[in-house]
Structure formats: C-alpha cells, structure tokens
Design a protein around this ligand. Structure first.
Ligand SMILES: [Zn+2]
Length: 305
C-alpha cells in the first residue's frame, strides 16, 4: 500500500493516534464538532450529543486523487452547514500540505439512516463533489455490486484502495469499509460499543460472519463504528436518548470483540429480543423505533399530553 501522499516514501500501514477524549455532552460549552487526526490522511469527526442524542462519528479519508467523507451526521440546517465548514477546512489544510489540482470529494454513507445522512444537502452543490444517496439502489449502482449482498467492491481514492463490504442487517443499504492504509474496519451501526439494532437478524449474523472472515485474511488494526452508547463500567448503560455520556468507552473495538459478537449474533438468530454482553446489547428482530415505542408505553409518551 503506497502512501496517499506521493511525495512520501512510506509504504507501510500508518500508525494511528488513538489518544483522544471525545466530547460527550457533559460540558455545556463543548463545540458542535470535534475533529481528531488519526494519522496524516485520516480524520474522525464527532458530532456533539447536544445537537443530537445520537452523537454520531463521521470519517474523512484522504487519497491521492479524492477524499471520502463517510456520513454527514444527524443535523440539518445551520449545524449541518457548520459540518460543511469543518470538512472544507480539513480539505483546504490537507491540500495546502499536499498540493494538487481538481481534488474531488466523495460523500458516501455507512448506511441510510437519518442520523448519518441528515447533512447531505450541504454537500450537493459543493464543487467537484459526488454525493451517493443512502438508498440501496444508489449504493449498489455507485459501487458496482454485481450480486448484492454477495461479493465486495473496491473504492480507489488514489493510492488508497478501500474494500467495500455489503453489510445488511441493521439497515438494508449498510456497508463496511476496510482501509488497508490504516487497517481500519469502519463498521457504521453494525458494530460499535452500544445497542446494535438488527431488525433483520439473519442478515446481520451473516454480515458479522463476513467481517470475521475478512479480519482473518487482512490485517485489521481496529474497528471504528458510528456511536458510543456504553460507559466504561461493565453492565452499565446510558438511558435511551441521553444527551450526556459521562465516562464513555473508547470508540475503538478489536477483532476478538468482533469474534465474540459473531457468537452472540448466531445465538440471537432464532431468539428475537434483547441480548446483552459487557460489550454489546443486540436487539434481535427489533428496530430502534420499536424500542422507543415500548419505552413510551411503559413510561407514558411525552408526546401524549
Ligand atoms: Zn442506523
């Protein structure tokens, strides 16, 4: 794998700076977005839980000819324009350090849920930018999957070729990106420390099988998903919709944790309901919406006055 910066002689997977304390909603003055640089060509952006209790993570990967923005967050309007400014600044700064002409931006998604696509409109008119809509048809067509959900596709950013893996289960158009340059597996809402909703549990279990298999054949440094929903203390949980996450766990997960999830997922296939371990809470056959409905039924909906 060559360095995305053609001026560099590096050809080894990059070392990642994972030393980061994410904004977690506990400081009323925290910024709407926090940017963390993992290495020269890879950034993670967290959207504040104060903007949305989803507090999603967004990824920006630079290649020699274009960058990939993975997800656009949960906010529309002024907060989304702010994300656009954050991304534009990162791209301008990168281009100052690695000058080149006609550099492009590709906006794609971990999956099509609204808390990952809400900011899309801010990028549609951006020059030299392609936005791949979050729907299954668009994803299949853009990446060129011949037999979705079988097989994989590649996405070349220029000296940085990502593997795109169909990952349905949480949502029909979900994909996972594997990046050989960093060894990262970007798992969206399929794998992260928190509540994993799998309305299609069979598809979800097959997806986890595929990811375990991929990790057996490629060096995976870490898994990075799109949310953190668990505190460090084992067995503890934040209330649904919490806008403060004191003492969050790290975002990074490991291949052994993925292997443990595979075992749990296999057990969940014929057992709809909630299945928890210290690292994951799997909602087999359930959507987040359904869980919210159950919650409101038990406490009385705040909407029903
Ligand atoms: Zn989702």
């Amino acid at each position: 794998m060559a360095d995305p910066d053609p001026d560099s002689t590096a050809a080894m997977p990059a070392e990642l700076n994972l030393d980061v304390q994410w904004i977690d909603g506990t400081d009323p003055d925290e910024p709407s977005y926090q940017t963390h640089q993992l290495e020269a060509h890879t950034f993670v952006i967290r959207q504040s839980l104060r903007l949305s209790p989803e507090g999603p993570f967004i990824f920006l990967l630079f290649g020699a000819s274009r960058a990939l923005l993975l997800d656009t967050g949960a906010a529309k309007g002024p907060a989304a324009s702010q994300l656009r400014s954050v991304v534009d600044t990162l791209i301008d700064d990168w281009l100052t350090a690695h000058p080149r002409e006609n550099y492009e931006l590709l906006v794609a998604h971990s999956h099509g849920h609204g808390d990952h696509t809400a900011g899309d409109d801010e990028f549609i008119e951006r020059p030299r930018t392609t936005v791949v809509p979050g729907e299954l048809d668009s994803v299949v067509e853009y990446f060129g999957f011949a037999q979705w959900p079988a097989g994989t596709a590649t996405l070349d950013l220029g000296s940085r070729e990502l593997l795109v893996i169909p990952s349905p289960g949480h949502q029909a158009a979900a994909v996972t990106f594997y990046d050989p340059w960093t060894g990262l597996l970007l798992t969206g809402d399929t794998v992260y420390p928190g509540r994993l909703y799998a309305p299609d549990m069979g598809a979800f279990a097959s997806t986890i099988d595929k990811l375990v298999d991929l990790a057996a054949h490629h060096p995976v440094s870490h898994l990075l998903g799109c949310h953190i929903e668990l505190p460090r203390k084992p067995g503890a949980d934040y209330p649904l919709g919490a806008r403060r996450h004191p003492d969050e766990r790290p975002l990074t997960m490991s291949v052994p944790q993925l292997q443990a999830l595979r075992k749990l997922a296999a057990e969940c296939v014929d057992n709809p309901g909630v299945h928890a371990t210290d690292d994951f809470i799997v909602y087999s056959g359930m959507r987040r919406r359904d869980q919210l409905k159950l919650l409101f039924r038990s406490i009385g909906s705040p909407l029903r006055k």
